[in-house]
Design a protein around this ligand. Sequence first.
Ligand code: PLP
Length: 385
Amino acid sequence: MALPEPSASGRFGEFGGRYVPETLVPACQELEEAFRAAWADPAFRAELDDLLHHYAGRPSPLTDCRRLSEELGLRVLLKREDLNHTGSHKINNVLGQALLARRMGKTRLVAETGAGQHGVATATAAALLGMECMVYMGEVDMGRQALNVFRMRLLGAEVVPATSGSRTLKDAVNEAMRDWVATVEDSHYCLGSVMGPHPYPWMVRELHTVIGDEARAQCSEVLDGGVPDVVTACVGGGSNAIGIFSGFADTAAELVGVEPAGGAAVGRGVPGVVHGMKSYLMQDEFGQVQEAHSISAGLDYPGVGPEHSHLAAIGRARYEQVTDAEVIDAFQLLSRTEGIIPALEPAHALAWVSRDRAALAGRTVLVNLSGRGDKDVAQMMEILG
Ligand SMILES: *Cc1c(COP(=O)(O)O)cnc(C)c1O
C-alpha cells in the first residue's frame, strides 16, 4: 500500500481523528471494525470487484490526449473516471460502502450531496441492493442541480432539502449526521468523500485506490515502465485526488491538488475542527466556518479531507488554486481539442495545467478526469450563451 494507514486514533500526522457526539462513537468503532474485516475478506473484495467491472464499467481507460498535448506543449494523460456508471468516480466508494452496510445488516443508506453526483451514486447503489435511501441536499444546490434531484427520485430515493446556514453542502453534511445519530441501528451514513470522523477518510480512500492502481499500471504500459512527472486532480473533499495519488505516492511523481480559489481549504485555511475531523478549514477571525464559493457545486466545501492537510504539511503534495474564469476556459478547451466535455470539478485540474503550461513544458501530466460534464451543460449554456 503506497499511502500508510492512519494511527489507531485515525490521525494522519496531526490531522483527522474522531470529533463526534458520544452517541456516534460506538457507531464509528463498529464501522471501522466491519470495514477492516470486509477489506481483508477475499469474498467481499471479489463481490466488489465484480460490481465495479460488470456494473460500473471498470477498468476506466487511460486516454493519451494528442491534440490537447500539442496545444499545451506538454503530454496530457487522462484517467477517465467520467466513463464510470453514473458519470463520476463516486460510484467506487458508494458500491463499497453499500455492500459493507448490507454486510452489517443495515437496510437504509443516508447520504449528503453537493452537486448531486454522490446522491445519485448512493441512490443507484440503494436501488441495486434493494435498500432505502435518504439524501440531504442544500436547498440552494437543489435549485442549481434540479436534474440530479429528479434522477435521485427516479431511483427511489427521498431527497430532503437542508435549509439551514448557506443551504449548501456543509449544511447537508450536518443534516445527514443528525439523521445518522437518530437512526444508527438500521442506517449507514454513506459519506461521499475522504472526510468526516475516522474511519471515513481512510475507508473512502481505500475504496478509491482502484483509480490509482489502475492508472499506475496503465501509465506503465504507455510510458514503457515509467510514471508521469506530475499527477493532478481537483480537490473538494479530496476523494478523487487521494484515489489517484495513492497509486503514485511511492514514486518520484509530483502530486498536485487543485482547489477553487473561493474554496481553498489547504491554500487559505487554518487547522480547525468540522464534521468530525481536524483539518485545514476556511474560517473567519472568530473561528466560524466560512462559506465557500465556486462555480462548481461539487467543490463548494470550506474544508478538506485530513490526509490532504497532512500531505501538504509534510510537503508530499502541493495545492494550487484556480479561478472560475480559468475553469470556464479549461471546460471549453478539453471539449474542443479532445471531444470530451468534462465536469466543472476536473476542469479545475485542467485549468491549472493550462495556466502553468510554461513551467510544465515537455513533461507528462496525468489528470484525473473525475466526472463528465452532462450535469453542467445547462449552467455553462447560461454563462457562455
Ligand atoms: C464530487 C465530485 C468531486 C469532488 O469530490 P472529491 O471528494 O474532492 O473528489 C470532483 N469531481 C466530481 C466529478 C465529483 O462528482
